[in-house]
Design a protein around this ligand. Structure first.
Ligand code: ATP
Ligand code: MG
Length: 813
């Protein structure tokens, strides 16, 4: 009714209201943090349903994480109730899985396809590299996988990749790409990038399929649009259509919201380009700017504005708030990371004591996951309830992956990577040689690895010794037996229990005296619990929907073939899909994609728990009290970004995201000395700290109580170029002018850079890339073994003599 719609518009400002009411041509809402973009999107959905008679089944809303999807669903359900049911609110990946399962036949593939995550695809790439005889030093599986992923994000197929290849590395990588792709298809598997790319292919190769979904989804809405990559952008464009076709429907209504200043996934191929592409492909689009911030105090906003203003080439935005100045930002310089954590814990306690914040109001941010450990230790000691979002991800633990690999093989017998993972886990006498013999047989006969195993059972694999043949036979029988359970419709949790028992996996851990194995057992129990809850959840949902069938009958839209392609609720494929997709962007180990909410009710006295997370994970969220920790050059901004203008700009956007999560109180802290990878290191203040106007910050402590410097520091790092850190800073800024991109090498990530724990072998004339000083040329070397040093000319960053043993943050090019 008219009254309802007024309610939906009441608490919006005029620009927000315009965005909610807008009809017809594509709509782009670009606006700063906390200006209500997500609110506009949610409200728009509610408005479509209430005021424009749109059926929920015609709505497709895309968010960046499962958590965000769950929240949006909830918010819409709050506004419109049950009717929200058949709406699609999901991440790009979930949406594509759904579409691909529906259209599996069109693409001539199994609808039970496995989804390979980064680790699986690296394993597959290792096999590919081995079979193509690629030197793993030059062509690491990781570098190849990154290369392939970049191609897929650009929608470049193996042919195009081969054609465009300009270097040796590119040519080999393109070859690996082709083989990798062939094996994915053979294994009935897709990696994360495939999910997007294959859906685009589907739409482009089968216009009638595209048209079908265009007819179905008349409204497409995308949140966090700045973080979509080219493939995702193209998918959206295909989904809505750009112009009316003769037979088909008019383009669907498109609404995207985002903030270019919060683009923090450039490493996944997301660029500002998607906003430019949008304006090019939809020249008649309407743009709406939101300028009022409803989240933070003016002090917090001013800090955020000052930091982001240093990025060049951005469209200036004026964010304002009428919330008042609020408290000043609290700054703290700690002696070391333990001192920093103690400060944070103390402040949280004080806030709670004074009744100024509950634990659940507080978030602690850090740049990388490994920084959480120190906080956890202190929080545990002080009894502060907390939870870590992300961290050592549950689904990345070996035992969990092993168990899931069994389940995947049961669901998709052709899944080679999973099959080979569990072939000899736990050990059952199928050694590397036997595996290699079977793999060779598969290659020669051009059959899958699974089929080759069956050949082995039948004695048709030459060169296989009888003992291995026996072991393989036992393995195949074991798997067949387990698969029978699945076919009989056994609950996932019970199948999992059977896997752990019959394979002897559990017994082996139980017999071990290694305390780590006790933890592994707990994790497996946790996985069983996850499966159990999953089944129960599916059963309640089924029971509920059986009870309400009558209500919805009148609302069915034509061709709302809802159940096609969706695995049966509670089934093994449904479980595996849930687990694979949860493990992607948000990583909260719960069966429902992390709907446990921000205020985790499991703490004491309704206080909830403190949330610890990386800044990346915090995107889109808000907390009354935020601690930004580890603001040191080399930590945040990250080491690899120093001297890399593009990466530095991305780190600055990340800092902007961090600051703008805070509603009332913001803390920033750094440590003078921090132990990283076993070495105490002294880091200068983050340049972002210096960029916050001084008058906004109340420094609780700026001077260290004692000189907490490590004597080792000077030799580990070499002497800074110039005399003081100021000139080092200046040198690095100037260094930003040089080209430091590596064709044929993936940009050095932390993992690569720190790998050199043994001496780097360098000769005069060698080119290197140092994480701090950038590109350089070796001008002299001295000493040997642990005493080896090199003098390196880093151009405008100076000439530096460095020890070559220990964790040298430098790679040889
Ligand atoms: P981000 O860029 O961080 O994703 P956003 O632009 O999506 O932020 P929202 O999360 O939608 O912003 O809104 C920020 C906060 O402001 C939320 O708490 C929201 O409820 C509130 N808010 C937004 N618009 C209004 C309004 N017109 N009146 C009152 N509160 C509002
Ligand atoms: Mg948002």
């Amino acid at each position: 009714s008219a009254h309802d719609h007024a309610d939906l518009l009441d608490d919006l400002n005029p620009a927000q209201r315009a965005a909610v009411e807008h009809q017809g041509r594509p709509l782009l809402v670009v606006a700063g943090a906390g200006s209500g973009k997500t609110r506009v999107l949610t409200r728009r959905i509610a408005y479509l349903l209430a005021a424009r008679d749109v059926h929920p089944g015609q709505i497709m809303a895309i968010t960046f994480t499962n958590k965000a999807a769950a929240e949006m669903r909830e918010r819409v359900a709050d506004l419109v109730g049950r009717r929200a049911g058949p709406m699609w609110v999901s991440t790009f990946h979930s949406m594509c899985v759904r579409l691909l399962r529906r259209e599996a036949k069109t693409l001539e593939m199994t609808s039970n396809f496995s989804i390979y995550d980064a680790d699986d695809s690296r394993r597959l790439m290792t096999l590919v590299g081995r079979d193509l005889d690629l030197d793993p030093k030059r062509y690491s599986a990781r570098a190849l996988a990154t290369h392939v992923s970049n191609w897929k994000n650009e929608l470049i197929d193996p042919d195009a990749a081969a054609q465009a290849a300009a270097s040796d590395f590119d040519r080999k990588a393109a070859e690996a790409y082709r083989e990798y792709q062939r094996r994915l298809v053979q294994a009935g598997a897709m990696d994360f990038d495939d999910l997007i790319m294959r859906t685009v292919e589907l739409f482009q190769a089968f216009p009638d399929v595209a048209e079908h979904y265009r007819r179905r989804f008349r409204h497409v809405l995308v949140d966090e649009y700045q973080d979509t990559n080219h493939a995702q952008y193209t998918l959206v464009r295909e989904l809505v259509g750009t112009e009316p076709t003769e037979s088909g429907p008019a383009p669907s209504e498109l609404c995207v919201v985002g903030d270019a200043d919060q683009s923090i996934y450039a490493f996944r191929g997301a660029t500002i380009r998607n906003i430019e592409e949008f304006e090019r492909d939809f020249p008649n689009a309407r743009s709406i700017l939101l300028e009022q911030n409803y989240r933070s105090t003016q002090t917090i906003l001013s800090a955020a504005n000052a930091v982001i203003a240093r990025n060049s080439g951005r469209r200036d935005k004026r964010l304002w708030t009428d919330a008042g100045d609020g408290e000043r930002i609290v700054g703290y310089v700690a002696d070391n990371e333990h001192d920093e954590a103690a400060f944070v814990a103390g402040e949280i306690d004080a806030l709670a004591d004074r009744g100024e914040a509950k634990y659940s109001d507080v978030a602690v941010f850090y740049r990388t996951n490994n920084q959480s450990r120190v906080f956890e230790e202190i929080f545990i000691r002080l009894g502060l309830p907390y939870r870590v979002v992300g961290g050592v991800r549950f689904y990345e633990r070996k035992e969990v992956r092993d168990a899931l690999a069994y389940l995947r093989v049961l669901s998709n017998p052709e899944d080679t990577v999973s099959l080979r993972r569990i072939l000899n886990v736990p050990k059952r006498g199928i050694g590397d040689r036997a595996e290699a013999v079977v793999a060779t047989h598969a290659e020669r006969e051009r059959i899958s690895f699974a089929a080759a195993l069956r050949d082995a059972v039948d004695g048709r694999v030459p060169l296989l010794n009888p003992r291995s043949q026996k072991a393989i036979t036992a393995f195949v029988e074991l798997v067949d037996g387990l698969r029978e359970l699945v076919d009989e419709g056994t609950d996932v949790a019970d199948v999992l229990e059977a896997v752990l028992d019959r394979t002897g996996y559990r017994a082996e851990l139980e017999e071990s005296r290694d305390p780590q194995d006790a933890t592994r057992l707990e994790n497996l129990d946790e996985l069983v619990t996850v499966a159990r809850e999953f089944t129960e959840f599916a059963q309640t949902v089924q029971a509920e929907s059986a009870g309400q069938d009558g209500d919805d009958a009148g609302e069915t839209v034509d061709d709302l073939d809802e159940d096609v392609g969706v695995p049966e609720p509670g089934s093994l494929p449904a479980f595996l899909e849930r687990v694979s997709l949860v493990a992607d962007a948000d990583s909260i180990p719960s069966p429902d994609g992390g709907e446990d909410g921000e205020d985790g009710e499991d703490g004491d006295d309704d206080q909830g728990v403190v949330t610890l997370m990386t800044v990346h994970t915090a995107k889109g969220l808000e907390y009354p009290v935020v601690f930004c920790t580890g603001w040191e050059d080399g930590v945040f901004p990250h080491l690899r970004a120093l001297g890399e203008p593009k990466e530095l700009a991305e780190e600055r956007r990340l800092a902007y995201v961090a600051i703008t999560r805070a509603q009332r109180r913001l803390y920033v802290s750094r440590a003078l000395v921090r132990t990283a990878w076993g070495q105490p290191m002294s880091n200068p203040a983050s340049r972002f700290l210096d960029e916050i106007p001084e008058e906004l910050v109340d420094w609780r402590r700026q001077e260290p109580t004692r000189q907490a410097r490590s004597p080792r520091e000077a030799t580990t790092w070499g002497r800074r170029p110039g005399t003081g850190s100021d000139s080092a800073q200046a040198g690095l800024a100037a260094g930003g002018m040089r080209t430091t991109s590596f064709q044929g090498f993936s940009a050095p990530r932390r993992g690569d850079a720190w790998k050199n724990t043994v001496a780097l072998k360098l000769d005069v004339g060698d080119r290197v890339n140092h994480d701090k000083y950038g590109l350089g040329t070796v001008v002299a070397t001295e000493g040997a073994g642990p005493r080896a040093t090199a003098t390196i000319d880093f151009g405008s960053a100076g000439t530096v003599r460095l020890m070559l043993i220990g964790s040298v943050p430098m790679v040889k090019l």
